[in-house]
Design a protein. Sequence first.
Length: 251
Amino acid sequence: MLITSIASQKGGTGKTTTTLALATGLARKGKKVLVVDMDSQANSSKILLRDYQQIITRDDTICTVILDKSQDLSVHKSDFENVDVVPSHILLSEADVTLTTAMDHREARLAHALKKIQGVYDYIFIDCPPSLSWLTLNALNASDQVITVISPGYFELDSVKQISKTIGAVRENFGHPVVWKGILFNMSEPTNNSKVSLQVLRQTFDNVFKTVIPRNTAMKDAHANKESIYDFNPSSSSAQAYDKLIAEIYG
């Protein structure tokens, strides 16, 4: 069971898109996959569960683990074959206030819950919030590896360096050997800005994935239809790119 956090310090970089593409891409290959939605916007949840608004209450979500200290994950079968989901909820936004004053191992609540389903899934993906918060620390402490997603319009070296420091702090302060698997350059365009951003990124960091994900309207349309990109338009440039990324990371 390989647990991967998909993280970004900023919103709008395609973090949720990447989480869903990797999860559904591996599920298509017959792998059993779980998505844990740690973002209070619950975008992953709303795509994976078409009736999310009607069927999901706070107590059906990751809130019970993070806010209530339950060690039993609320797992739901998604609308995608071989993909389950632990949904999020808007009230997860209260987590930083709750965890700041907590006296238990507040950084490890998710890790403890995931241990109870050891061996059930081939892959687990954690969709992190767009900030370096207690929620993100919970995700990193539960993960084997981290994938950082950035895009040209939001590209800042300082934010990527900060994620690197946070991963290092998790290793040092909490003794958890999480690996920074790599940086994914997303929403690339045939512009000088994209070209220069990627060049600077590769010169600064040695773990940038070879695969680059192009900006493609098919991905937005797929999400609007609550479909995976592979079902919506498998011949699209984004579907083909994510297939290459899966091969690069998971073989």
